[in-house]
Design a protein around this ligand. Structure first.
Ligand code: B12
Length: 316
């Protein structure tokens, strides 16, 4: 079978599984991305996510992951649903945590697609990644023609940025798509201006030490006071730099893989505050929020609650 038919069959199968977009890139060393990446790590923008320092080159050089890799297949799944928290919720959860954990859902989809590729085209090497692997997913998505970095550093497509990314490395030679080289942001800097903590240090580079998403999801210790002052009502993740993006006004390409989690949407302020350790697992077991654990969940609740109380006490 010629490589063009292989490509269209894989793409069709990806859509049948429920992915929204599928692109193909040649396995090579993305040197300029590696340079940008190294600069950001040297500046300490990765906060205490020290795993990002390890095997940095591999993220941009799949042949270091496995010497037989020829093609990088990138899958996107749109996750914008009509999920909205109740009016009285007060505490906000970012959109990606109001739906089942994407690590599990994306991984299942990638595995199905890998099985298909193995059975149909006898690929011997197939390696899947979603989020946690040594692969820079946004850079590969751009290479596979699916979108480009936005100034908020997130992969932005002409259909918006509310997409998860998954990657399959394979030894099959497949005609690549053209890399996406258009800058979709142009003169717009709404995300930079809207970030309450000025975490977007310069266009395309986020300093995680200032990012509300980092502090409410990844930070294992105390949240610094300069972040708490600007935390708003966010107890898990942050979507501000995506919400203000003009490309996100009408995201229409969404995946059937994700549907809202009603137990989270129905929570009111008092329900959030009274979650015990046992309730925590029950309530959040399907959401990526379960990774926080009850201790850090309460830390985030307290940060938002105390800030709101201080705001209320102010005499103006
Ligand atoms: C670490 C990480 C984080 C960290 C750091 C964020 C960051 N900006 O890197 C924290 C915890 C803060 C985070 C937050 C979020 N994350 Co996150 N995160 C990751 C992870 C695991 C690694 C990213 C990474 O390597 N960061 C380190 C920095 C140094 O690398 P980088 O941003 O890729 O650097 C590139 C650009 O800066 C660019 N660049 C730098 N300078 C310049 C200059 C020019 C001119 C150009 C063109 C480019 C350029 O080049 C670098 C190399 O390519 C990826 C999954 C993965 N394995 O790739 C998910 C991932 C990026 N996250 C994701 C999501 C959904 C989020 C959140 C939206 C979640 C939320 N709602 O709170 C926020 C968004 C915050 C933001 N504005 O970035 C998705 C993004 C999907 C998409 N459409 O892009 C990913 C891909 C996970 C997935 N599998 O879907 N995340």
């Amino acid at each position: 079978m010629d490589t063009l038919s292989i490509k269209s069959k894989i793409r069709q199968q990806a859509f049948d599984i429920g992915f929204s977009k599928c692109g193909f890139a040649v396995s090579r060393f993305l040197t300029s991305d590696f340079e940008h990446y190294k600069k950001q790590i040297a500046l300490g923008f990765h906060a205490d996510m020290l795993y990002l320092e390890k095997e940095a080159e591999k993220r941009f050089h799949p042949l270091l992951v496995h010497p037989d890799i020829r093609t990088v297949i990138v899958l996107l799944a749109g996750y914008k649903t009509n999920a909205r928290q109740k009016d009285g919720a007060f505490y906000s959860i970012s959109d990606y945590a109001l739906i089942p954990d994407y690590h599990k859902i994306m991984k299942e989809g990638l595995q199905k697609l890998s099985c298909f590729i193995e059975n149909e085209f006898h690929s011997d090497v197939l390696i899947n990644f979603v989020d946690t692997g040594h692969i820079s997913e946004k850079a590969w998505a751009r290479e596979a023609g699916l979108g480009n970095f936005g100034k908020n550093s997130i992969l932005l497509t002409p259909e918006g940025s509310y997409f998860f990314i998954g990657v399959i490395l394979t030894d099959l030679v497949i005609i690549p798509d053209e890399a996406f080289d258009e800058d979709l942001c142009k003169n717009c800097d709404l995300c930079i201006k809207s970030c309450p903590t000025q975490a977007i240090h310069q266009p395309y580079a986020v300093d995680a030490r200032l990012c509300i998403s980092y502090h409410t999801i990844e930070n294992k210790g105390h949240i610094p006071s300069n972040i708490i002052e600007k935390i708003g009502t966010q107890i898990y993740g942050c979507d501000i730099c995506q919400k203000v993006c003009p490309w996100n006004r009408h995201q229409t390409v969404n995946s059937v893989l994700f549907s809202p989690l009603p137990p989270l949407l129905d929570m009111k302020a008092e329900d959030f505050e009274s979650v015990t350790e046992t309730d925590f697992r029950e309530r959040f077991h399907e959401s990526p929020m379960v990774r926080l654990g009850h201790r850090r969940y309460m830390r985030n609740i307290e940060a938002v609650k105390n800030m709101a109380a201080t705001e209320r006490k102010r005499p103006y």
